[in-house]
Design a protein around this ligand. Sequence first.
Ligand code: ASP
Length: 387
Amino acid sequence: MAYAKSIIDDIFGGIRPAARALDKSASTIQGWYEAGTIPQKHWEDVIEHAKAFDHYLTPDDFFPVSSPAMSSHGYPFEKLHCLTIDDFHRPDIETLLSLGEHYLDLSVQKSPDRSVLRGKTLVNLFFENSTRTEKSFELAGKRLGADVISMQVASSSVKKGETLLDTATTLNAMNPDLLVVRHGSSGAPALLSQKVSCSVINAGDGMHAHPTQALLDALTLRQAFDGDTDGLRIAICGDILHSRVARSNVKLLNMLGVEVRLVGPPTLLPTDVDRWGVDVFHDMKTGLKGCDVVMMLRLQLERMSGAFVPSKREYFHFHGLDRTKLAYAKTGAKVMHPGPMNRGIEISSDIADDPDISLITQQVETGVAMRMGILHALSNAQDGVRS
Ligand code: ASP
């Protein structure tokens, strides 16, 4: 499929000459080269500059000729589950991100490939409420042609006292290929993965991990910063203690060379935070200094048994993101939030809804494409094991 390679090599004469001709950094062009695809927003530019080399490209030349690459640096993607970022090496992550990018480009064209998961069954098993993650997996599965079933746990036998493992055995007997699980207890998806014979995807377990959110956040950043996230400085702010999003993001962003800072009141920081390999700040003014991106987290009131903050009003005053605090970051800094948002508590509507600043809608859009990429990679790895 490496159409990007042939455009870069055959038309422009290699990575460096292409970087010069297109006025981009060599690392950006190298990213396209390794991914095998060129992000859609650059197609017009590439078409224009290729003319100077006597090549008249059309958008059709930017579609992969065969299925997307399933390897990065010659290292095949062979993981059967997506449970935590720790299970992946950098090449796995690159493969997943380039698949996500591939589907992002295709979804803009509204031409997904429904044969990828044809004949496969995806079961959504959500023990905790979710709107965007559940719907995102449902759409991702459907766009790739899978049969998708979403189990309403609230009305299922789980409420009648069935244990997690009984549920797993019952579901396994129905022979799904992909099981997407959200559970209030850390480790529940990992436990299930040992009991079922299909791929398990962790859609959030307790305060532990949310790997697909971290992947979609990384892809959103790559899109927003022209494929180049190396050296960016990001502040993850607010209720770090209860956040599986923060835990997965810190791991993934560290792996991608992003400088991560955590900013929050001492009561909302985990006691082991000094082992996370990041700088920690308690006030927004110093924490946001020089940041390219500010990622706000929801105050997770449902996980709080006592008083972690004096009052919501005071919390917003000291830790909520408004224009005054955003001005501490770099000029033009972008804002992210995994949702759902508590407007007026951790973020002002004014910031959340400003399309020049906020990447929050892009996160949702990218989420579907990223999950298509994850489902594709896992399903492909399953087929490899079976063949
Ligand atoms: N949606 C994210 C999660 O499931 C963040 C949140 O709920 O605040 O962890």
